[in-house]
Design a protein around this ligand. Structure first.
Ligand code: ADP
Ligand code: MG
Length: 647
């Protein structure tokens, strides 16, 4: 083990395939570097120095030949092992610093330790120590844009040292610096070498190279000079160890850091973020509002139907399957009387209705006149706001009296005078108004129930309708749980009386079912329209994440160079998409509930349930997850060298 070199290249080649053909950047390089050496690699521009450095730092793999680190062939390592090697063994210093522009100095320095799973407080303390040692103790919270070139390079050296870095790889670290800063940086590297780090520095400056113990010269991808190793070079411990699985705490820290980065990058592109969010917000709020409106209108309709009473049976003339018609002469007052005798029947009210014009003074009003029995208020659970209802005596005496609804009262007596005691003309016959019905509002189908006038059924037959046949027979049952049996008894009684089934029997429960079914379809339709808009929002998220990935390719490269695994990059971008989805979801739910409340104010009835809101929010999160996956995968599959080289 003692004589295994730290770094050993044997006949390494690197071929770049470009559109125009192949470039042989390294042409059979063999080289061994021992632990603790200070090596300068020199050569003209384009000679392959940077290519060599990428190979040494495991950012890239050779096209041919062997590269062993601490005796292990890198060809045997998968991308995550290479990331671990970069994270723990190598520290990169680049000519152009490659700091993350939106992070502070100390955050830049901390980054490699995040991927190594160091706890946050230890990480921060170590980063501050390193910056202090490198003379940047008073610059820790500055962003790279607020630092000079020399200071930025020192930050990047601190970052390289964050995880220990046995080997420091510096690619023209002084190339962009003035001579003072340049001397500072070289002094730093020398100091690190003295402390036991292996330092490999690329330079074309002989003054810089003069600091090194060993100088290797390279031209056209070949080594053309090597001053040779100085000293014996200590052996090296095995560098390639598989990392233990990250602890839960480290994983949480990483997700947290990804969340912070996500917020930062969203804030950096505020307008774009707002537009992307808008897509999700509109989608989510549409789902919430639509479901609330659907739910609200269903509740209304159900309430209206229930206001008629769920304990009613309706019998209409005409054989089953035909259109019910008042002109079919099959139901009579005697039928009603027979039904009233049945068990569980509270009341059986005969009814004959038709449209008639009522006149009071000079005012005409056309309304639905119903000839009914004295049991009508009981059967329909309908009381009066003034006056009295007609009685059995009124029926017997064919009294010309009427009880009117509030709409009729308002129309015929516009001055607000009390209609009770007054006379109205119906088909030329004067009827005395003896009562006014309490208002009931519209039915489920929108007809105004208060636009009606009731007369005794006997009077109605004689004076208004001519023929003694019913258009409706309403039966109110006492015990609704036995409504089905009562319905059967009604059917049998009527068939017994008529000999044939020349009537139609319905109950409110079946009506309720029909209407609820229609309402459900309507709600579903609304919700699916809203879901489509959420989908569109999701596509917006994906689009913006893809843009973000291409814009931040270099950042991804830097993260990979400091040891991020593919999985880490994946987590980072997925978290960003989740943040967009979650934020959009929250805003959308808030807007949706606000919108529903606003609609309520405008008289549209809405019901906001927590379930649809939670569902819409989860959908937004899911949208972020699903539509963020592809961009995140694209980011994580980037080749570190290519990513680093991007502008
Ligand atoms: P140096 O760092 O010594 O200036 P490089 O290692 O960057 O040289 O490049 C060596 C050769 O490989 C050059 O001819 C360069 O044009 C070519 N090269 C470098 N990177 C790529 C790449 N990604 N694709 C194609 N050719 C490349
Ligand atoms: Mg170069």
């Amino acid at each position: 083990m003692a004589d295994v070199p730290l770094i050993e290249l044997t006949g390494v080649t690197r071929v770049y395939r470009t559109g125009g053909g192949e470039v042989l950047a390294l042409d059979g390089v063999s080289l061994a570097i021992r632990r603790g050496e200070f090596v300068a690699i020199m050569g003209p521009s384009g000679s392959g120095k940077s290519t060599l450095m990428s190979l040494l730092g495991c950012l890239d793999r050779p096209s041919g030949g062997r590269y062993r680190v601490g005796g292990t062939d890198v060809a045997d390592l998968d991308p995550d092992d290479l990331a671990a090697l970069r994270r723990r063994t190598f520290g990169f210093v680049f000519q152009r610093y490659n700091l993350l522009a939106s992070s502070t100095a100390v955050e830049n320095v901390e980054m490699p330790a995040i991927y190594a799973g160091l706890p946050a407080d230890e990480r921060r303390a170590r980063a501050l120590d390193l910056l202090g040692e490198l003379g940047l103790g008073d610059r820790t919270d500055h962003r790279p844009g607020e630092l000079s070139g020399g200071q930025q390079q020192r930050v990047s050296i601190a970052r390289a040292l964050m995880n220990g870095a046995d080997v420091i790889l510096a690619d023209e670290p002084t190339g962009a610096l003035d001579s003072r800063s340049s001397a500072d940086v070289m002094a730093l590297l020398k100091d690190l070498h003295r402390k036991g780090h292996t330092v490999i520095v690329i330079t074309h400056d002989p003054a810089v190279a003069a600091h090194a113990d060993r100088r290797i010269e390279i031209a056209d991808g070949r080594i053309i000079g090597d001053t040779g190793a100085v000293g014996d070079g200590a052996g090296v411990v095995a560098l390639v160890r598989r990392l233990p699985a990250n602890s839960a705490a480290a994983a949480a820290a990483q997700v947290f850091e990804a969340g912070v980065t996500a917020f930062r990058s969203l804030r950096a592109n505020l307008f774009r973020t707002a537009l992307t969010l808008l897509g999700v917000v509109i989608g989510v709020s549409a789902v919430v509002v639509m479901l609330a409106v659907g739910e609200g209108s269903q509740r209304d309709v159900v309430a209206r139907i229930q206001s008629i009473g769920s304990d009613l049976l309706f019998v209409r003339p005409g054989a089953p399957g035909t259109r019910p018609s008042g002109e079919v002469a099959s139901l009579t007052v005697a039928d009603a009387a027979a039904l009233a005798e049945l068990g569980n029947v509270l009341a059986a009210v005969p009814e004959r209705s038709g449209s008639k014009t009522l006149r009071h003074g000079a005012v005409d009003h056309r309304t639905s006149v119903k000839a009914v029995s004295e049991d009508f208020p009981l059967a329909r659970d309908w009381s009066l706001i003034s006056g009295v209802f007609f009685t059995a005596d009124d029926l017997r005496s064919h009294a010309a009296v009427t009880v009117i609804g509030t709409t009729v009262a308002r129309n015929l007596f516009p001055d607000g005078e009390d209609p009770v005691g007054r006379y109205v003309l119906m088909a030329g016959v004067p009827f005395q108004v003896i009562g006014v019905l309490e208002p009931k509002g519209a039915t489920a189908f929108g007809t105004d129930q208060d636009d009606t006038a009731l007369v005794p059924v006997t009077t109605g037959f004689v004076r208004l309708f001519g023929q003694p046949y019913l258009s409706l027979l309403t039966v109110r049952v006492a015990d609704t749980s036995r409504i089905a049996a009562t319905e059967e008894a009604v059917r049998e009684t009527l068939i017994g009386r008529h000999g044939v089934e020349d009537f139609q029997l319905r109950n409110t429960a079946s009506l309720l079912e029909t209407v609820q079914g229609t309402q459900r379809t309507f709600t579903l339709l609304l919700a699916s329209v809203a879901a489509i808009s959420l989908l569109v929002g999701g596509i917006g998220v994906m689009n913006i994440m893809l843009v973000s990935v291409s814009e931040r390719t270099r950042e991804i490269g830097i993260r990979m160079a400091t040891g991020a695994r593919r999985f880490d990059i994946m987590v980072q971008f997925n978290v960003e998409a989740l943040v967009v989805g979650g934020l959009g979801g929250l805003l959308g739910v808030a807007l949706g509930i606000g919108g529903a409340l606003a609609l309520e104010r405008f008289g549209i009835s809405t019901v906001v349930h927590p379930e649809p809101a939670a569902l819409a929010f989860s959908c937004a999160l899911l949208t972020g997850l699903v539509f963020g996956y592809l961009p995140a995968r694209k980011a994580s599959r980037l080749d570190p060298v290519v990513a680093l080289a991007s502008e």
